[in-house]
Design a protein around this ligand. Structure first.
Ligand code: NAD
Length: 498
């Protein structure tokens, strides 16, 4: 049984709150350990450590700072298998998928090694007579991240790496459902040479989140999770004068044009809809075939593929996907499927009754496929976050385009077609932040930025890429003139550049 406390000032620190939550192993429903639900005082202690350590770290030249990131990459490589297994056991996803979770995080760390270049400011020589203007990017100080259960390596790393590369100290509040890997990440950064106090992990629930939101010394907050919480965090953080970028839930559509290669489309849909049991913010949960013939061909090919999905324990490398994260998540997803049936959608594959032999207490669910879903149904409007795909039939391209455009969420979207003109029109007109053309999960590569629109994202800067360096730094602009101009006497007219 593991007991997870906090990681503050380079050390494991036990919580004194007396409150904790079980860490489950979704593949068999057993209890792996307990995670502390920390207190306001413990958060304050983390901030004090971060505040004390940050000035020296900010004063360390940026190349030296990123050498720590380089070393960290080597250490993760060394411990890759151990980390992936821990992640899979706490989360439920398969070990190969857990490796992908870590890998997508490391790709952002790799880009952050370019921090010395990415932090460079601007310079104008001779902006006026004897006047030079330049700008510099300086760290904010102490910043914090609050992250979800579904990518316990990737999302913390998307925040930690750019924040510390820029010279900030970071406080991470990971999901209480799978805190193991975030704690290991903090240990590995310390081993890589990060000074104690620059990366702190506090565990807990709303109490500690609210303490983060209200702490005057925390200057910026990055959040990823469900939309209601994203909205709450954004409002409270900004009302307290902090920078905030908060990413929420999703309902990602895939438009299938009549000319799409149907075998390729079905392969893409199966992976994007059911991989990781559908617990990805970029999972495809709505398929929109254009025209009756396309829809009939699609559903006919999808049914046997959904029926033959291989569900298995997280440790089975041949499984397509593993269990859901908690019993509560499983009940919730099944509840949506029940609602869909009641609302009149056609459940053509029903995975609700699936039981995993030998793992009867695990949170497994077979793949579900709905046909004839309509936009008024709850299974269309709300995020299900499970292995459930809905087919919404569209009569033509304009009707298909209208669906993601009018949906509350706007995280990811894809179009499958052989027609460059349709693809180009779609990319231009769709009201969604990340678009795939014959690519089902268009998570941008690390040197581009990641962020959804509408109910999927609050704040004006995206995650990773160049935006991360803007989010984690403040710009200072210096206008300088050296003594010869001053010798001429005082100026009483506002300076201009003419
Ligand atoms: P969640 O919103 O339940 O939790 C996210 C974080 O917020 C956790 O650290 C949690 O402890 C904290 N939290 C939960 N309730 C809170 C409350 N009432 N007050 C303060 N803090 C609270 O999300 P989750 O279930 O962990 O993750 C799944 C959700 O995250 C899905 O909606 C998914 O789409 C979304 N997600 C979005 C992205 C993205 O980039 N847009 C990426 C991954 C996941």
């Amino acid at each position: 049984m593991t007991e997870v406390g906090h990681f503050i000032g380079g050390k494991h620190v036990a919580s004194t709150s007396g409150r904790s939550q079980d860490i489950m192993q979704p593949m068999d429903g057993s209890v792996r350990g307990k995670v502390a639900l920390g207190t306001v005082a413990e958060l304050r202690q983390a901030v004090e450590n971060a505040k004390a350590a940050q000035p020296a770290w900010a004063a360390t030249n940026p190349q030296r700072r990123v050498r720590v990131l380089m070393k960290f990459l080597q250490l993760v490589e060394r411990d890759y298998d151990e980390l992936a297994e821990l992640l899979a056991r706490e989360h439920g996803k398969t070990i190969p998928d857990a490796k992908g979770d870590i890998q997508r995080g490391l790709e952002v760390v790799e880009v952050c090694i370019g921090a010395p270049h990415l932090m460079k400011g601007e310079f104008t020589d001779g902006a006026g007579p004897g006047i030079d203007v330049y700008s510099m990017r300086q760290p904010l100080g102490v910043v914090a991240g609050i992250t979800p259960f579904n990518f316990p390596a990737m999302i913390p790393l998307w925040k930690i790496a750019p924040a510390i590369a820029c010279g900030n100290a970071f406080i991470l509040k990971p999901s209480e459902r799978d805190p193991g890997v975030p704690m290991k990440i903090a240990e590995l950064f310390l081993e890589a040479g990060l000074p104690a106090g620059i990366l702190n992990v506090v565990n807990g629930d709303k109490e500690i989140v609210d303490a983060i939101l209200d702490h005057p010394d925390i200057k910026a907050i990055g959040f990823v999770g469900s939309t209601p919480i994203a909205q709450y965090i954004y409002s409270r953080a900004t009302a307290n004068g902090k920078r905030a970028q908060c990413f929420g839930g999703a309902k990602n559509h895939m438009i299938i044009m009549p000319d799409a290669d149907m075998d390729q489309t079905v392969d893409a849909l199966i992976g994007a809809g059911y991989g990781s049991a559908g617990e990805r913010c970029m999972a495809i949960s709505v398929a929109v075939p254009v025209g009756k013939e396309t829809a009939d061909r699609l559903v006919e090919k999808l049914i046997p593929r959904v029926e033959s999905l291989k569900v298995g324990p997280s440790t089975d490398p041949s499984a397509d996907y593993g269990p859901l994260v908690t019993q509560q998540a499983l009940d919730r997803v099944k509840g949506y499927v029940d609602a869909g049936v009641k609302e009149g959608a056609k459940l053509v594959v029903d995975g609700r009754g699936f039981k995993m032999q030998g793992y009867e207490n695990g949170y497994y669910m077979g793949g579900c496929l709905f046909d004839e879903v309509t936009p008024d149904m709850s299974i269309y409007k709300e995020e299900i976050f499970g292995p459930v795909l809905s087919v919404v039939r569209a009569a033509n391209y304009e009707e298909a385009l209208k669906l993601p455009n009018e949906h509350e969420y706007g995280n990811g979207v894809a179009i499958f077609t052989r027609d460059g003109d349709a693809a180009r029109d779609f990319a231009s007109r769709v009201q969604v932040g990340m678009v795939g053309i014959n690519v089902p999960i268009p998570v941008p590569i690390a040197y581009y930025t990641f962020g959804g629109w509408k109910g999927s994202g609050f704040g004006d800067l995206n995650q990773h890429g160049s935006d991360a360096f803007r989010f984690y730094t403040k710009t200072k602009t210096v206008t300088s003139r050296w003594p010869s101009g001053v010798k001429e006497g005082a100026e009483f007219v506002i300076p201009t550049m003419n």
